[in-house]
Design a protein. Structure first.
Length: 80
């Protein structure tokens, strides 16, 4: 305890975030989303750099989540 658990890097426009720990890397992108090829093109160099530094023996999980926010004008008169 007392040391850093991981690191968080944010792009200048604050739309991309990379979180790195000794055993994990996570990439987040805020809207508008670049699509699958855009994610791959952005994340690929990050993955290769992480792989070279952390030297993971295996990959247990790869995931892609798109979380959208739906803006609903208020007051909401009829939820149906």
């Amino acid at each position: 305890h007392g040391g850093a658990v991981g690191y968080k890097f944010t792009s200048e426009n604050r739309r991309q975030i990379v979180q790195v720990r000794a055993n994990a890397i996570a990439f987040s992108q805020l809207a508008p989303y670049p699509g699958g090829d855009g994610f791959r093109d952005t994340f690929s160099p990050l993955w290769h750099r992480f792989k070279a530094m952390a030297k993971p023996k295996r990959v247990r999980r790869v995931g892609l989540r798109c979380i959208n926010r739906i803006q609903i004008p208020l007051p909401l008169i009829d939820f149906a």
